[in-house]
Design a protein around this ligand. Structure first.
Ligand code: UD1
Ligand code: CA
Length: 448
């Protein structure tokens, strides 16, 4: 059996935030959620999150995850003290306990798996992840004998100058034999600079304790402040983008592009500079997105191009051209072979195939048929100050420039609407609708 414990009771003072540190988002997920997810691969039977500072907030933020238990550490007396809180909860548990700091979000699942495998194969009392860092400042130093067995861990602040020369650090990720750990915990002392119970002191009472080096140091970086958070975001982005480039996506200037891990991209997609793709977005083959786009929670089908535009919560069918400067701000379904052009805003509307809305329009709460042509500056006036109302426009209808549809209103098929019309009544199929003041010319008129 395997249980996971995540240390998440601390405040994270260096974040200078009202939000507990482990709830800070890194891309689409919080730090603590990422720590939990990195353990999924070893299929833990139980996952215990140790909470204290703003524990309610952490519980709330994680309540969508199944099988997570919360353990209170009301006073934060150190990482060893945090693990002591597990004793009543794991009284009858037998097996191994994987322990992770809640502020280590970039661990690769494969690394966690390797740690557990190494631990079990060697029948260790404890196995822990270590790394040789150029700058080991702030980390606990791990001392080993010739056989890679750990003899001691000394926190940075407790190191003498000779010990500081050791650059092998404790990553804060451990696999313990729970039976052995259970017996060692009551022996912990507070004989250290911070007068806390250090989890790392258990190595004095356990045997054998093995160190496993991590080669990619980015995996084990702990997040203590917002500068480290920003560096971690870069690492995460580099992984995601590299993955997609290897899978057949072209990126122009990848440093200026961000892509959430939740996004799916098709083959031969090209992403141009300054483009950000977020949430549950799916982009089909051969699409060209960017430069300058923000796309959130949307589906974009094959061969579509989007240029300098913002799209959220919408579905765009194949072979469509969007932008520059279009804003599809939610609930938009766009058919195939459409064109949505400059300075067009669309919300909550369904639009058929081969329909064009090319310039300077607002389309809201509308249903447009196939092959509709929306003239420049056409507006659906959907809001009467109290309620939103629908506009329906039939197939092949053409609206003149600067026409306004005062909703609720239904325009039939094959209708032509004269430029500058304010349409307040339904229009039947096959008709011409004009609703504007007649032009009057006063000849020979002289300025007063
Ligand atoms: C710890 C390790 C250090 C290691 C480093 C790796 C100890 C004594 N030191 O140091 O060897 O190199 O991590 O990043 O373990 N927490 C609690 N309850 C507490 C105290 C802390 O839940 O009473 C949680 C914090 O919320 C945090 C984690 O434990 O998520 C680590 O605590 P932190 O104070 O950041 O430890 P470090 O000083 O970084
Ligand atoms: Ca830390």
């Amino acid at each position: 059996m395997l249980a996971v414990a995540i240390l998440a009771a601390g405040k994270g003072t260096r974040m200078k935030s009202k939000l507990p540190k482990v709830l800070h988002p890194l891309g689409s997920k919080s730090l603590v959620e990422r720590a939990i997810e990195s353990c999924k691969i070893v299929k833990p039977h139980r996952t215990l999150v140790i909470i204290g500072y703003e524990g309610d907030k952490i519980e709330n933020a994680l309540n969508h995850l199944e099988n997570v238990e919360f353990v209170q550490q009301t006073e934060q007396l150190g990482t060893g003290h945090a693990i002591m809180q597990l004793l009543p909860h794991l009284k009858d548990f037998t097996g191994d306990l994987l322990v992770l700091n809640g502020d280590v979000p970039l661990l690769r699942p494969e690394t966690v798996e390797e740690l557990v495998n190494t631990h079990q194969k060697n029948k260790n009392a404890t196995t822990l992840l270590t790394a040789n860092l150029k700058n080991p400042q702030g980390y606990g130093r791990v001392f080993c004998d010739g056989n890679n067995l750990v003899t001691q861990i000394v926190e940075d602040r407790d190191c003498n100058s000779a010990q500081k020369q050791n650059h092998r650090i404790n990553a804060g990720v451990y696999c313990f034999n729970w039976q052995c750990l259970k017996e060692a915990l009551p022996q912990l002392t507070t004989n250290n600079d911070q007068q806390e119970y250090y989890l790392t002191e258990v190595v004095d009472f356990l045997n054998p304790v093995m160190a496993l080096d991590v080669h990619d140091h980015s995996e084990i970086s702990g997040i203590n402040d917002r500068c480290q958070l920003a560096v971690a975001y870069d690492v995460l982005q580099a992984r995601v983008k590299e993955g997609w480039m290897k899978a057949g996506v072209t990126m122009i200037d990848p440093d200026s592009i961000t892509i959430d891990e939740t996004v799916q991209l098709g083959i031969d997609v090209t992403i141009e500079p300054q483009t950000h793709i977020r949430g549950n977005t799916i982009i089909g083959a051969n699409c060209k997105i960017g430069p300058g786009c923000l796309i959130e929670n949307s589906i974009i089908e094959d061969n579509t191009t989007v240029l300098y535009s913002v799209i959220s919560d919408s579905k765009i069918s194949a072979n469509t051209r969007i932008g520059p400067y279009a804003h599809l701000r939610g609930g938009v379904e766009l058919g195939e072979n459409c064109r949505v052009g400059n300075f067009v805003e669309i919300k909550k509307s369904s639009i058929g195939n081969k329909t064009n809305i090319a310039h300077l329009s607002y389309i809201g709460d509308a249903t447009l048929g196939n092959q509709v042509n929306i003239g420049a500056g056409t507006i659906t006036a959907n809001y009467d100050g109290v309620k939103k109302h629908p506009t329906i426009i039939g197939d092949r209808t053409k609206t003149g420039s600067n026409s306004v549809f005062v909703a609720p209103v239904t325009i039939g098929e094959d209708v032509t609407v004269g430029a500058g019309s304010v349409i307040t009544h339904d229009v039947p199929n096959d008709s011409l609708a004009i609703a504007r003041g007649k032009q009057k010319n006063i000849e020979g008129w002289k300025k007063p």
